[in-house]
Design a protein around this ligand. Structure first.
Ligand code: BGC
Length: 896
């Protein structure tokens, strides 16, 4: 084969889908890379991976950990490490070289990963903390607990080669070395059910250390460990104990010796610091007069501090956190500040956001500045707080006096657009504030823009809502006294989210949370981690486990999602079948088509939105759908027997379902939209009835609803795809661009900058509507990408892409991109009555089938090279269908 051809580049090296991760605990990590080339039709033929124990060895091509040699394979994602056994604290440096249809690449730039503390024995013996409250704390119901500070000094006298900190700080920690905060993470680690597993984080701290004396300090906050409500509803709310930590700093010297700084009896601690209370619902109180200057640096006088105590360890298994931590991901400047009565002001961030507010203030010592947060205002200009229920969402800052002071909280966040400020002796300005948006450090991988301004705004609202609700777990909402990882909400939208956010690691972690919440008998709860105990047994909420698994497999090709979760999914399906299936009808449901829009907006006024209408039609249809998913999963991991079993069960369910619910007039049950949409979209409708059922669906949407949806959480997950796939993308577009109730546009028209919980959010019972829930997005984003932009994964991870943008009157331009695990996929079109122009990018090592709207093949040209070079498949339904390999294309259709 010819030697190096410059156009082939290998980039973006990933280990377990992370860039240069530290402290992983996967023994055979999976490696992925992207091939980038200006050539077309680039496919990988072979690869060689080299893994070394040092950067120097790697540079010298000494793959002492693994040299795969040249392997003939097209695999460029999730390739499993196959070298010598990896052990605790090992450092691995790797590079990759590929042979492709367009020639051979150079070795890539190096990537790396490090191994964490793989065995329990690697950890220090003692967890430290104080397992008790202190004066000023109140742990009766709305927990008030001051943050706990710990410190220690130590000597390091030799030349340091490397130093690593491994920390489990529960509920939340901030770590400092020599006065400097370690890393950029905030609100870490990710919450888990701490009786099942606890996550550690790893940081490279070489540059934080100095020769001679060093100081390490840590602050611990409550997070979900010391729950926001204690004793409020003990039958329901789980809490785990007082904050505590386990930590090791491992310093390796150039002479080969090492030093371990561990949590042990030598630490000092206090709960009498400036953070007087930190509670995710209620807010943080910070008393700057209690600051102890220099507490996390050397030379601080800690004689008044207590001796840190050894405390009970949490029972959960210790694991590396393989998903991203939370960071400050975005900052916002307020758009206005207005005076209210007294010394109060209202700050408007211009956007419903999730995070906190940094303030700059001048005040006398002891003066208190109060910040109250809310998503919207009442008509009189005061905060609207009814929908926060009993979450106080208030920060209190006590000034130390003597000049400009800058402060932001450490261990809380909330959803807000407006802030009521009080305690100022002067009129503050918008320049005194920065809104910090906080969510998991997950990259935005999708862009989407169209010629329709409303669609663009809805997309933007979705972005803000989805990002804001990523908090190490997918929370339902960020403001009220809930913020719980409800399963049904994300079963509905995780797939759509994945087009916009690189959420593969995040959702893999959540699936683990769900697995861990499963009872021995197979029951899966409605909230996981089960911080609230709700094991109500239904198909639609726990079923998120299957829908999210499908998403991870489909979007990222992550077969481990299937392998890891298969036994739990199977056990749960058996559990539900054994207990609730009668004559193939699954009789148990909990929520029905949750939060269906009231028929008229007036009817919704003041009405409780959380009425439940359980429906065996929904539970049975979902059970059927899950048999079909299990068949796919079983195939993917080679469980042939199960494929057969689920096929037979599925057929029996389908027959019983049609017998029970199908009405000869051509609809299901009461002819409600969801009753028809789900059997049709799930493929349960007998072939000869499909057309009539679909006609009933379009009649409901078009005539009865006058172009509107009428679905709750269940139906809305499938509506857009159903309308689209059965031939009415135009009607889907009508629904998607409505401005009147009920619709996404109605929310926008009523000032929403995120997505509401309820279609009638502005007229429902005031305390019911979260203004930042993502569940009602349903399958809207999926439809945006797969059908408006035409970017759809046909074979796991977009190895095969279907590019078929729907041509819709009134929509003349769509410009979308998606960074898949193989590389960038782009689809940008503009159309006029006479011309269609379409720019397409297909990543290396993948293929796409493009459906070009044209009356005949002769209308189509390709401007970058020539249409003649492309593989024409056929004409079908006014589309010229081509199969193309990787590269950039510019198609033009001149209508004749
Ligand atoms: C949550 C929802 C959740 C539902 C189920 C609500 O309070 O906010 O998103 O799915 O309860 O009962």
């Amino acid at each position: 084969m010819s030697k190096v051809v410059a156009q082939i580049d290998v980039q973006d090296l990933k280990c377990e889908m992370l860039t240069n991760p530290l402290g992983i605990d996967v023994l055979q990590p999976r490696l992925s890379w992207k091939i980038v080339s200006s050539e077309r039709n680039v496919d990988q033929k072979a690869y060689q991976i080299m893994v070394s124990s040092s950067a120097e060895k790697l540079a010298q091509n000494q793959g002492d950990l693994w040299n795969s040699e040249k392997i003939n394979s097209s695999a460029s994602i999730h390739v499993q490490y196959g070298g010598i056994k990896l052990n605790s604290r090992m450092r691995c440096f790797w590079k990759i070289k590929t042979w492709t249809t367009a020639g051979e690449s150079e070795w890539s730039a190096p990537g790396s990963w490090t191994m964490g503390l793989l065995y329990y024995k690697d950890w220090p013996k003692g967890w430290i903390g104080f397992d008790r409250p202190f004066p000023g704390d109140n742990i009766k119901t709305d927990s008030r607990l001051s943050a706990r500070y710990f410190r220690k000094e130590f000597q390091s006298t030799k030349e340091i080669k490397s130093a690593t900190a491994s920390i489990i700080g529960l509920g939340l920690y901030e770590l400092y070395i020599n006065g400097k905060k370690v890393g950029e993470d905030v609100l870490s680690p990710s919450p888990t059910d701490y009786t099942k597993n606890v996550k550690y984080n790893t940081y490279e701290v070489t540059s934080y250390l100095q020769n001679g004396k060093n100081a390490v300090g840590a602050v611990l906050g409550n997070g979900r460990f010391f729950a926001m409500r204690q004793h409020e509803k003990p039958y329901k709310i789980k809490t785990f104990g007082f904050p505590k930590m386990l930590m090791n700093i491992n310093i390796v010297y150039t002479d080969g010796t090492s030093l371990n700084i561990d949590t042990d009896g030598s630490w000092k601690g206090t709960a009498d610091g400036p953070i007087r209370t930190n509670n995710e619902y209620d807010g943080e109180e910070y008393d700057a007069t209690k600051e102890f200057r220099g507490w996390n640096s050397i030379g601080f006088d800690d004689r008044k501090w207590l001796k840190a105590e050894f405390v009970q360890e949490p029972t959960g298994v210790i694991e590396a956190q393989m998903n991203e931590n939370i960071r400050v991901m975005n900052t916002l400047k307020p758009v206005s500040i207005k005076k209210l009565s007294g010394d109060r002001y209202i700050l408007d961030m211009g956007q419903n956001m999730v995070g906190w507010l940094q303030i700059k203030v001048k005040a006398q010592k002891g003066k208190q500045i109060k910040l109250r947060f809310a998503e919207s205002l009442q008509e009189n200009g005061e905060l609207f707080t009814a929908n926060l229920r009993n979450a106080k969402c208030t920060d209190l800052y006590t000034a130390k006096g003597g000049g400009m002071e800058t402060w932001e909280p450490t261990f809380v966040y909330r959803g807000f657009r407006y802030v009521e400020l009080s305690g100022y002796a002067y009129q503050p300005s918008v320049n005194d504030f920065i809104g910090k948006m906080i969510y998991d450090n997950i990259k935005t991988v999708g862009t989407f823009e169209t010629s329709d301004a409303l669609t663009n705004q809805i997309f933007k609202n979705a972005w803000w809502g989805i990002a804001g609700n990523y908090k190490g777990i997918p929370i339902d909402c960020p403001q009220r006294n809930e913020r719980m990882p409800w399963l049904g909400d994300r079963g509905a939208v995780a797939y759509g989210e994945s087009f916009v956010f690189d959420n593969g690691r995040f959702y893999a972690k959540w699936l683990q949370d769900i697995r861990n919440s499963q009872k021995d008998d197979g029951a899966i709860p409605d909230v996981a981690p089960a911080f609230w105990r709700y094991y109500s047994d239904n198909m639609t909420w726990p079923g998120a486990m299957l829908l999210v698994t499908e998403m991870l497999y489909k979007q990222n090709g992550d077969v481990s999602a299937v392998t890891d979760n298969y036994p739990a999914m199977k056990k749960w399906l058996t559990y539900m079948q054994d207990r609730y299936m009668q004559d193939y009808i699954l009789t148990k449901d909990s929520y029905g088509d949750w939060c269906m829009p009231p028929v008229t907006i007036e009817f919704g006024r003041g009405k409780s939105a959380d009425k439940k209408y359980p429906s065996a039609l929904i539970s049975t249809a979902y059970y059927y759908h899950f048999t079909q998913l299990m068949m796919q999963f079983a195939k993917a991991i080679g469980k042939e027997d199960d494929v057969k079993t689920y096929e037979i069960l599925g057929n029996n369910i389908k027959n019983a379902f049609n017998k029970k619910y199908y009405d000869e007039k051509g609809f299901y049950a009461s002819n409600a939209l969801t009753d028809n949409v789900i059997p049709l979209y799930f493929g349960m409708v007998p072939k000869d009835k499909v057309a009539t059922v679909f006609k009933n669906i379009t009649y409901t949407v078009e005539v009865t609803n006058k172009g509107h949806l009428s679905n709750g959480l269940v139906g809305i997950q499938w509506l857009m795809r159903c309308l689209n796939d059965y031939g009415r993308p135009d009607l889907a577009y009508t629904v998607a661009t409505q401005k009147t109730y009920p619709s996404w546009g109605y929310m926008v028209d009523n000032g929403a900058t995120t997505i509401w919980e309820l279609w009638n959010g502005n007229t429902a019972d005031p305390k019911m509507n979260s203004q930042n829930h993502v569940m009602m997005l349903g399958d809207l984003l999926i439809w945006y990408y797969e059908n408006l932009a035409g970017i759809k994964s046909e074979e796991a991870a977009f190895k095969k892409i279907t590019m078929k943008p729907e041509m819709i009157n009134g929509l003349d331009k769509v410009n979308a991109s998606y960074k898949s695990i193989y590389g960038l996929i782009k689809s940008e079109y503009t159309k006029t009555p006479t011309q269609f122009k379409w720019t397409v990018t297909v990543p290396a090592n993948t293929k796409a089938t493009v459906y070009i709207p044209a009356n005949s093949k002769d209308e189509v040209s390709e401007k970058m090279k020539s249409i003649m070079d492309l593989k024409f498949l056929k004409m079908e339904n006014n589309r010229a269908i081509y199969e193309i390999g990787s590269g950039d294309y510019f198609f033009v259709v001149d209508r004749k």
